[in-house]
Structure formats: C-alpha cells, structure tokens
Design a protein around this ligand. Structure first.
Ligand SMILES: Nc1nc2c(ncn2[C@@H]2O[C@H](COP(=O)(O)OP(=O)(O)OP(=O)(O)O)[C@@H](O)[C@H]2O)c(=O)[nH]1
Length: 370
C-alpha cells in the first residue's frame, strides 16, 4: 500500500535532515568563540598563602578584555548566527529548508495529493519548523519524522469508528452505500457485513442494486458465504421498496444493522440521483457511505466532493488501497470533502478491510516507524 509515496517520503526525510544539519553547523564553532571570550588575559596567580590587602602587586588581576572587536562583530560570525544553535536546538529560517519543502510539494502533487491538501501539509511543516527553537536531540530524523507525522495527521482527520457509532445509535442502524460503478461497492458491503458480524453485531443486507444484471446474485453469493440474510426483489424493481423491506425485517427481527447496496451511479445522472433521493426519503439512512477506489487518485477525491455536495455523504470508503502506490486519495479525501474516511479496502478477501485510523495510515506512509 502506498509504496511509491512511502519511498519518496523517505528520500525527502533524508533531505530535510541534511538541510537541518547544515543549518545547525555552527554548533561546533559557537562554544569555541565563547570559551575564547572567557579566557583571562593575564594568567591566574599561583595559589598560595593569602596576601596582605595593601600591597599593590597583590591586587586582583584586571578583568579579561573583550575579545578583539573584529572577532565579535565580524560578518562571518553574525552570518553563522542566522541559525542559533544551543545544545542541539536549532532556529530555522524558511530558506534553510526551502529546497526539501519544494521537493515535498512536488512529491505530494505527483502522488495525486490534491493541491489545497498539499498546500496545507507544506504550511503545517513550515509552521512546525520555521522560526521556533526546535530541539534536534540525538537525531535530526526524529525531528523530521515527528513534523511530517503531525502534518499528515493534521489533514487526515479522525476517521470514523463504525462500531462505536453503532453502539451509540438506536437500532437498527441503517447504512446506505453509494458510489460510482465498479469501484468495489458490492464487495465493500459484504466486507463491512463480515467486519460487523465478527464484532458481534447482527446484520441484514438489502439488495438495492436492482439495475445492473447479476448484481442481486453477486451480493447474495457474498452474503450466503458469510451467513448474512439478504432481502431482495426482482431485477428492475424499485430499490426504495427493497431497502424499505430490509429495514422492516431488521426491526421485526431485532437486527442491529441494515447494509443497503445500491446501483453504481455518477452524481450528474439526474434520473439515478432522483432514485437515490427517493431511497433516502423512504429508508432514512443513519449513515451514507460514499465508496470509491483509492487507485482513482484525484478523480476519486473530486467525485467524492461532488457526490457530497449533490446528495450528501457522511463518510468515505476507499477501496483498492492495496493496489494504490500513490496514496493521494487517502491523504486528500477527508480534508477536501470535510467528511471522515471510515474504511480502506485492502484486497479481495472479506477480511481485507481496514477501519481508517490516521495513525496507522501515517505509519504506513512513513515506513511503519512511529
Ligand atoms: N484489490 C482489491 N480489489 C477490490 C477491492 N474491493 C473490491 N475489489 C474488486 O473490485 C471489483 C469490483 O467490485 P464490485 O464490488 O463488483 O464493484 P461495484 O462497485 O459493486 O460495482 P457496481 O455494482 O457496478 O457498482 C471486484 O473484482 C472486487 O473483487 C479492494 O479493496 N482491493
């Protein structure tokens, strides 16, 4: 997952590290200048018996003269003070890290991170690093890693813990899955069903994709394998009626969660959007999950945003993260849409679904290091 971005971020970390080390170079020279300034001009008298106070030769030595003027005020000395370093703390100026910041910006954009999200990450990096005394500690990389981690976490949002959501809401909790054709919506319904039953919740699936040939059979096959009940009508039936029945079934049988599959659709197809509006009116979902594929990169982010503006979305599921080397959609979507990511799909098996935890995703991006 996100292999290409991970290796690029690793290079960037090294570059930030050497820029900061370069900026921190005067650390070796500054104490030498101070030591020199503190050296007494006259050697200290040999220790001996306490002298009488009134003999002139026994007066205390004169204070050490200041270091030569040119040494204190020389331009090289002050140039070096552009970076003030004390005990491995560094005060960086923006130009000290301009190069790695620019490279980070390019890497994020090449990896399909949306422009406003890239800008936000860069601005968070600057804010963390520039103009503040930063402790370098034993390793510059620790500082870079912590800063990158905090900038990435800052745009990833908090995620959505579906188990917690269900625990806090009246049953049945009704979850409507929407999204574009072929992105993995039906498989995701099955995976979420599996995840919830594994976590002790009872589930019923509504086969609301009555449009695509074979869709009802597809969801039924998944559900049968997982031992989950499916409510279905004929192909071509009104999906609102199917999903209404699924909710009624859940109420009658004390089922915790209704998972409503729907046909794939684009936000600009008016008739399908009207159909979705009707489904919402009839079924009254608690959560609308927008499903798209991580591999679609920026397209997925734009579609999620448009879908949210048109019909509303409560959270996003990004499928096929296992096939996505770039990670751009996963980084950008929550910040762009303003809605959390609930899950990442990480393969074709029923267990290949990962509740979205920003820390875990950042670990993945930064090479599994904390
Ligand atoms: N590698 C990988 N493949 C996935 C993932 N999720 C779904 N797929 C595959 O994507 C393909 C399409 O999945 P479907 O669930 O049929 O897609 P859909 O969105 O329901 O399609 P429509 O019904 O046309 O809207 C299938 O081959 C799935 O196995 C994932 O997380 N990783």
């Amino acid at each position: 997952m996100f292999d290409s971005l991970r290796s690029k971020l690793k290079n960037i970390r090294t570059k930030f590290g050497s820029s900061i080390e370069d900026a921190a170079e005067p650390v070796a020279e500054q104490p030498r200048i101070e030591e020199k300034a503190a050296e007494p001009a006259v050697p200290a008298p040999e220790p001996g018996p306490a002298p009488a106070a009134d003999t002139p030769e026994q007066k205390p030595a004169a204070p050490a003269p200041a270091p030569p003027k040119e040494e204190r005020t020389s331009p090289t000395f002050f140039n070096k003070l552009k970076v003030l370093v004390t005990e491995r703390e560094v005060l960086l100026q923006e130009k000290d890290i301009a190069e790695p910041l620019f490279e980070l910006e390019m890497v994020l954009l090449e990896s399909d991170v949306a422009l406003p999200v890239t800008d936000e990450i860069i601005s968070r990096m600057k804010k963390e690093l520039v103009g503040k005394n930063r402790r370098i500690g034993s390793s510059v990389d620790d500082l870079v890693l912590a800063t990158l981690r905090s900038a990435l976490c800052g745009v990833l949002g908090d995620g959505l813990d579906l188990r917690e959501y269900i625990r806090q809401h009246d049953r049945p909790v009704k979850i409507l899955f929407t999204g574009v054709n072929g992105t993995g919506k039906t498989t995701t319904v099955a995976k979420v069903g599996h995840y919830l039953t594994e976590n002790g919740f009872s589930v019923v699936i509504g086969a609301g994709d009555t449009y695509r040939a074979g869709a009802i059979e597809q969801i039924k096959t998944h559900a049968d394998r997982l031992g989950i009940k499916v409510i279905q009508h004929q192909q071509g039936a009104d999906p609102s009626a199917v999903l209404f029945d699924a909710v009624q079934y859940a109420k009658a049988h004390n089922v915790d969660v209704v998972l409503a599959d729907t046909a794939g659709r684009f936000h600009n197809r008016a008739n399908l959007m009207n159909q979705l509006e009707k489904i919402r009116r009839v079924m009254k979902p608690d959560l609308v999950l927008y499903v798209d594929e991580a591999v679609a990169g920026n397209d997925a982010v734009i579609r999620a945003d448009e879908f949210n503006r048109t019909v509303g979305t409560d959270a996003v599921v990004l499928t096929k993260a296992d096939m996505d080397p770039k990670g751009g959609a996963a980084i950008s979507v929550a910040h762009t849409v303003g809605k959390p990511i609930a899950f990442l799909g990480t393969g074709q098996g029923y267990g290949d679904i990962m509740p979205f935890a920003p820390n875990k995703v950042v670990d993945e991006l930064l090479g599994g290091e904390t």
